[in-house]
Design a binder for this molecule. Sequence first.
Ligand code: AMP
Length: 396
Amino acid sequence: MKTVDQIKFLGKKALIRVDFNVPLDKDYNITDDNRMTAALPTIKKILNDGGAVILMSHLGRPKGGPEEKYSLKHLIPHLSDLLGQHVEFADDCIGKEAVEKAKALAPGQVLLLENLRFYKEEEKGDKDFAEKLAALGDIYVNDAFGTAHRAHASTAVIAQFFPEAKCFGYLMAAELNNAEKVLNNAERPFTAIMGGAKVSDKIELIEQLMGKVDNLIIGGGMAYTFAKALGGKIGKSLVEEDKLDLANEILKKAKDRGINLLLPTDSIIADNFSNDANTDTAQNDNIKDGWMGLDIGPDSIKVFSKIVEESKTILWNGPMGVFEMEKFEKGTKAIADAVVKATEGGAFSLIGGGDSAAAVAKFNLTNDVSYVSTGGGALLEYMEGKELPGVKAINE
Ligand code: AMP
């Protein structure tokens, strides 16, 4: 794997694709800067080596033209603070201003380009657009794991213009190494915890993991599709009616392969999808009509936690319940605590991005697990065994 450690940046301009797609409030304050801090080691390394840095990213989902609320200029003050230096900005990611500002950049200086997605060519993977971006720098560095599963102009297509001068940043390298460690070098027992809303989103990952794990814990909304497939009464809990056969197939496959597949036995149920709802505890195969399961129950917490605490490798993707609401966060919090305990005991724990990362952050446990991925979709696809365009473009 070629990383920034194998390239000489002295006197060169590095064009770095970062993922600065951070959440902003209505006053353009950054509410979570994880994605920015995650890119700092790569940026600082290049600056310290005597290179100049040109940063490019997308932000939000603009409709193919400039939109004030998605301008990357809102990120300049915080980025300057994080780097401890002035950050130059180009109002357009290509064109005269970008070219001139890139040209004028001295070693140690930083230029941030305007949102790449102000051009629809970015997501289309347009080659001419990629070539214009490529003309701004001498070396291409991809450090945007969050978009590595997209074959966009700046994430993949651009790499062909740097046949000898392209590499991964530290964040990408760490993400790939940690995913590999779990997929191909897992110390046993290896436990995967799957949760979240839908079976259909995670089915490929579940299938892939069945060949690897010792324990497969399934919680969250997707567990009710399994409960119904087994003939249980699930009230109005979340269910994918068209995935009932699939759920039975997964259960059979797990049995045939000797995998310990665990489903919740009990739930915290509610008469409403709300934090003000009336709640009760119920067996998962006997949920009252009109009620829905919104969290795993106390017995499930006990059983799941024990398995997690005894594991040496843990992959967690998807919350155990509607953790965003206080009344239904207990299951997810208990599992997070169990993951932390296992990690303290020497286990390696990888937390998938997206909602699992948000949950761990909500409970202030981000620094107590081994690694929290910055990529939701990208990590899922990588774990499913798919080749990520952003990774392939650097490797080929
Ligand atoms: P996903 O993006 O598939 O990982 O799903 C995450 C979402 O699933 C979170 O927003 C949770 O609130 C939601 N979720 C988890 N458990 C349940 C449940 N039992 N019923 C409805 N939604 C759930």
